[in-house]
Every structure is written in structure tokens, then in C-alpha cells.
Design a protein. Structure first.
Length: 137
């Protein structure tokens, strides 16, 4: 990702609980996937962290169902952002430790972000709609 793209990232908001989980996950995965670890750590570092009750409606959080558009594929998809052990592509559950999950976390409806693909190209992920996580979801 270029410095320009990083500088143009939109503001992100995370709950205290999500922020704590993501920081812990990045520490564990640094050796396995340094690029993704760095990107996710950058997002957690710049996030506005709020109590869960104050997370604005329409903000992507863990367990949220997100409809987004991806310019790399030209598709609009709907996925749930989950912890790694809960991921199941066939069931539209995407790990927060995937490039898509890491790019969407903390964004709000209408926001987009320039984010890398697996091969290093940039694409734009744009959040269309967010269904907030249900307790116990």
C-alpha cells in the first residue's frame, strides 16, 4: 500500500472489546502473515475506540453482517465478519484475519477504503449496509 493510500484512509471506530481482540490477534499472527498483521495493527492504532454501547449504528464490528462492493471483483457481497475459528466462506463468514475482514472492520455505511488484494494491487472496498451484531451472534 502506498503512503498516499494509507494517508487517505477514512476514520474508523471500534468497540473496546473488538479492539482488544484485534490487538491480541495481530501479536499472534505477526510471523505467519506480516503484511496483514501490519495493516490490521495500523487500523487498530488509528481507530477511535469506544464502549460497545456507544458504537455508532451502521459501523462494521465483529459479528456484523456487511454488504460491500469490491472493485477488484466488481461484485457486491454480503458477509459476516468473525474471529478466525468461526470463519466459513461457504456460510459467508469471513475472518477478521482476511484482507477483506481487516479492511472492513471499523468502517461505517457509505465509507470506502483503498485496500490491497492478495497480489498487492489496490482495490476499493465500499460498505453499503451493516446489520449490527446480535448479542451471542
Amino acid at each position: 500500500m502506498t503512503m498516499d493510500a494509507a494517508a487517505r484512509r477514512p476514520p474508523v471506530v471500534m468497540s473496546e472489546a473488538d479492539h482488544e481482540k484485534l490487538v491480541a490477534l495481530t501479536a499472534v499472527m505477526t510471523r505467519r502473515n506480516p503484511l496483514l498483521s501490519r495493516l490490521l495493527l495500523e487500523e487498530t492504532d488509528r481507530a477511535e475506540v469506544v464502549p460497545a454501547a456507544e458504537l455508532p449504528a451502521g459501523t462494521v464490528a465483529l459479528n456484523s453482517m456487511v454488504e460491500f462492493h469490491d472493485t477488484a471483483t466488481g461484485e457486491t457481497r454480503q458477509v459476516r465478519i468473525v474471529l478466525p475459528g468461526e470463519a466459513d466462506i461457504a456460510a459467508a463468514r469471513v475472518s477478521i484475519l482476511s484482507l477483506v475482514g481487516a479492511g472492513l472492520i471499523g468502517l461505517s455505511e457509505g465509507q470506502g477504503i483503498e485496500w490491497p488484494t492478495q497480489d498487492g494491487r489496490l482495490r476499493r472496498l465500499t460498505v453499503r449496509r451493516v446489520e449490527m451484531a446480535r448479542p451471542g451472534a
